[in-house]
Each structure stands twice: as C-alpha cells, then as structure tokens.
Design a binder for this molecule. Structure first.
Ligand SMILES: [Zn+2]
Length: 568
C-alpha cells in the first residue's frame, strides 16, 4: 500500500475505533487527552507569582542591562541574575561539568569579492550576473575563496525528501559536487491531495534553511535558491541590500558545509530556465509533481568570490537543572538576549537601548517562575527538568543551535521542549496558542494542560508564516525533540473579537525590536500568568509520567526522532 494511503487508513482507524495513544492521529483529527497528564500540587502552582514576574522583567529590561546584547556586559549581568534566581529556587548547574553556563562563540562571514558570475549554456551566450541584484551568497563553512568554472548545475524542484508524504525530489540521483537550484516553500496541495504538505501551513520542508540542510546531506557543492516575491513574501532588494553585510553564525561549520549557500533573483532564474530550454512556469509545474526527478541543466556556473571570516563575540547560555530519577528529561527554554544598544541613536540624543521587556525578559521571567514552581512541588520529578535561558537568539537562533548540538543529555532522552518567547502582557484570554503543538502529540497534552486552567487551545492564526521555525524550539525540533512555543491566545476576555489583531498591530508597530519595548504601566500580568501556569502544567505532567509524545508522521522531524529513539 502506498505510504499515504496507509496513513489515511491509520487515521480513519483511529477516528472510528480507538484514539491514537495521545489523542492525536498522524494527519487527521486532533483530540484533547483527558487524565493522562499528572496535575501539579496547588503549592507548586501558587509559587507562580505575578509580582515576582514583574520584578524579573523590571530588572532585566532596565537600562543598566543595556539591552542584553550578545557578548556584552549587559548579557553578563543577565547571566548572573538568572543563575542567582535559579540557585535561590534550588536548581543546580545543568551542564555535564556541573556548571550553569555554556559559552556560545560566534563568527561572522562577509562577502568581500564577487566577480565573473556567469551561467554558461552549452550553446549560446553566457549570462553575466551582477552580485547583489542578481545573486547573493556566502559559504556555510570557513572557505576564504571560491573560484568556480564549469560547475555542473542540477534543478532539484523543491529540494525535499519526506517519506511521510512519499516525496523525494532527489530520487536517488547523485548530486555530489553539483550546484543545486531549488525553489523555496512546499509543493502546493492538489485537488486529490488537499492536505499535501499541510496545505497552507508552511512545513519545515518548505523553509529555506531546510533546503540547505538537505543539500549538505547530499554532498552538494553549492545551492542557489530561487527567490520570487510571491514565494518569499518580500522583494529581492531586501537580500540585495545585505549582499556585502556580515552574517553571524556558529564557529563550528555544519557537516557537509556548502561552498556557497545563496539566492538568485526571479529574473536570473528565468534566464537560467530559458537557457535550459524551459521556463520558470515549466519548472513550477514539474516540481509540483510527486514523480519529479532532478534535472541536470545544460548550463554551468562560474564565479570568483572571496569571503572574510571574523571571530565574533562569545555569548553565554545558562542551563539549570532539577534532577529527576531517570535519564529522560524535559527542557524549558527562553532566550535572554536582545538587541543591545544602538550607538547612533544614543549619539543623536535618542533612546538607543533595546530593553526587550516583552522580547524576551518576559519569557525569562516565565521560566524562572516555572523553575520555582517545580521546586515547590515537594517531590523530585521522575524525569530531570532543564531550564535554559539562551544567548544569540536575535543573531539567528545561535544559542539554541549550540545547546541542541551540545546538549546536557542526548536529544533522544529529551521528551519535549517547551519554549517561551514574548509573553502576553496585554490581558487575560479565554484560550492559548501553542505554536507547533499540532505538529506532534504535544497538541492533545497542551489542550489538557490548558483545560485545567479553563482555557481552550487555538490553532496558530498565521500558519503560513512559519513562526515555529523562528524561535529557539526549532533547534530541538530539528534534533527530533517534540516542541511547542507557548504563545498568546486569540480571545481576550471582555474585548472585541479583533482585539488580538489590534494587540499584534500595536506591538509590531510601536514596540517590536524597538527601544520602546519597555516595561510600561499599561502592561498587565493576567495573561502571562495564564500562559505560565499552562506551560508549567504541561512540563510538570511530562516530567511526572512516562508519556513520550511523537511527531505526526509527515513532519520533517519525525524521521530524525525515529532514528534517535531507535538508538536508545
Ligand atoms: Zn524573541
């Protein structure tokens, strides 16, 4: 039976007979669990306190912390504050050597020379490309120069391999040493498969970072992603504007690092397709089919480029732990870094300190209160609970990437990651949003935890924006750990139906990534209290049980989890 039919049959069976183990079928209905999540004692819940939360935010978002920029004195003050609070709560250092800290060294890479960029057809005139407007890119690794001539190019459609959808754009074709050309996003759903790649929800297979990951796994030399304004949601000029800019990255190059990980403009892609005897529309049509196979192009790529690599600052992750009785673990995360100080604003006499009260002093406050609740529960948890505040989130999720690559326990033993980023300081809600919960059996568990607080769980209101891939839970998900980002609800108590949209617009317009993200008197703590209690109930229940939530079979992370659990 084809894989998809099998999944459909399983989903049907689950609906009509017995629920799946945690109430969530692989690709079908989502059901709340009932009575599977052990509830915390009242004394533990009572330890979650809005006065303390407000005090944590007031401290961390004060000007003294200078916007908590990665690698700054302000970050060091943040690290000291978090460790002191963790110790007061009764946590011990979570790293294998017993320490609370994990250094996060960064480097930056910058393109310094890019000339003689060409697509060279087997017959016909070469197509000269201008670095910036036509094509941009940097290496994944520490490459200083790239001189290519006659490099073979292969069009790989959407660049996706996902057995859960019986989809393989690589079709076992050897692309080692080749320059790959790929679309971003997911293949579109079809009339016969309306939930293919989760329809309008952006799956991880659609995210551009995934395309590079798959290219590395395949041993490709380079990958050039096709940018269109429609598929990216922003014009190529945004990328072009940053063509010679610094890009922060971890010091350890990824395995199979690409010599060039880049983007080409739509007009460049159209010229490339035409030089290959096709059109971009032909490519879209071909790539949207399950029977797609990689297309070697009758065109080669030439380039002469140089790159400057600079050792950057070193940030610090903080990891505390509450020891349990087994090797298994639950990990809470919240990034503690923000954007630091803008000296140009300060020089002009403006407020240049990015205090980051909501983003993400609020999340750190939630995590500290949850840690305290755990230690007030009276009994040690069955599973070990880690509490990590992360560095360098704003530089590209680099602190969480480093922690997931060098975790205190193997990721196969991590049962779940619960991430909080930018708590709800806008008021009480009747619901909660669990970004990414529906990707795994975490959804039903979150529903049970929320129901205990009288709250419903609302689906991600913007599933096409891929919020799940834009905060620290991504690093754990990529390592196979089921994860959820506990986010603000959509139904504010006593407010009109569009109030959540108003709140979002206000936050985006007046606070988000601006010096005005400060702890002002109009911010209120009823909503963040609800969120924190739900996040605590979810993690507590997982820490006190044998539950092992699983990814839905079609999730890009499911296969990674299957392999890592097989190695337990
Ligand atoms: Zn954030």
């Amino acid at each position: 039976m084809p894989r998809l039919l099998l999944l459909a049959a399983l989903a049907l069976a689950a609906c009509s007979h017995a629920p799946a183990p945690l109430g969530d079928t692989p690709d079908g209905d989502r059901q709340p669990t009932a009575g599977v999540l052990p509830a915390p004692p009242d004394a533990a819940l009572a330890a979650i306190d809005t006065v303390e939360m407000r005090a944590h935010i007031a401290e961390l978002a004060s000007d003294a912390y200078e916007g908590r920029g990665t690698g700054t004195a302000g970050e060091q003050m943040t690290v000291d504050y978090v460790i002191a609070r963790m110790q007061e709560a009764g946590l011990v250092g979570g790293m294998p050597d017993g320490s609370f800290t994990q250094p996060v060294p960064l480097r930056s890479v910058r393109t310094t020379r890019a000339k003689d960029l060409r697509f060279v057809p087997d017959s016909g005139d070469p197509i000269a490309l201008t670095y910036g407007p036509d094509l941009i890119g940097t290496p994944d690794g520490a490459l200083a120069e790239l001189d290519l001539s006659g490099a073979e190019m292969v069009f790989v459609g959407y660049g996706i391999t996902n057995p859960g959808y019986d989809w393989d754009d690589y079709a076992d074709v050897d692309v080692r040493g080749k320059v790959l050309v790929s679309f971003v996003n997911d293949p579109p759903a079809t009339a016969s498969e309306p939930t293919l790649f989760q329809a309008d929800t952006l799956t991880y297979n659609g995210r551009w970072t995934y395309k590079y990951e798959e290219a590395r796994r395949r041993g490709a030399l380079a990958m050039l992603l096709i940018h269109t304004e429609e598929t990216a949601g922003y014009p190529f000029s945004v990328l072009n504007g940053d063509a010679y800019g610094e890009h922060y990255t971890g010091v350890e190059p990824p395995e199979g690092a690409l010599a060039l990980a880049g983007w080409m403009s739509e007009s460049s892609a159209r010229q490339l397709a035409a030089a290959s005897g096709m059109s971009l529309e032909d490519w879209f049509r071909m790539a949207g089919s399950r029977s797609f196979e990689p297309v070697p192009l009758p065109v080669t790529f030439s380039a002469s480029m140089a790159f400057e690599h600079t050792a950057g600052v070193t940030g610090t992750n903080v990891v505390g732990k509450l020891a349990g009785q087994t090797d298994e673990a639950v990990i809470y995360t919240a990034h503690h870094d923000h954007l630091g100080i803008d000296p140009e604003k300060e020089a002009r006499g403006e407020d240049g300190i990015y205090n980051g009260a909501i983003d993400n002093a609020s999340g750190v406050a939630m995590l500290l209160e949850i840690a305290q609740a755990f230690t007030q529960a009276g009994t040690a948890p069955q599973r070990t609970v880690y509490f990590a505040t992360l560095s360098a989130e704003e530089s590209g999720l680099l602190g969480s990437a480093l922690l997931a690559a060098n975790p205190p326990v193997p990721l196969r033993d991590m049962v779940a990651n619960i991430n909080v980023d930018s708590g709800n300081l806008y008021g009480e809600t009747d619901d909660i949003v669990g970004i990414g919960a529906e990707r795994s059996e975490m959804f039903g568990l979150l529903e049970e935890a929320a129901a205990a607080e009288g709250l419903a769980v609302t689906m991600d209101p913007a599933p096409n924006q891929g919020l799940f891939f834009r905060s620290d839970q991504l690093a754990f998900a990529r390592g196979g750990v089921p994860a959820v980002f506990v986010n603000t609800g959509e139904r504010f108590r006593g407010k009109p139906a569009d109030y959540a949209a108003q709140v979002r617009a206000d936050y985006r317009g007046t606070r988000y990534h601006q010096p005005a993200d400060e702890l002002t008197d109009d911010l209120v703590f009823g909503g963040i209290l609800q969120q924190t209690r739900v996040a605590f109930r979810l993690g507590y229940g997982l820490a006190m049980s044998d539950l092992r939530p699983q990814w839905r079979a079609s999730e890009a992370f499911a296969e990674t989890r299957r392999q890592s659990e097989a190695s337990r």
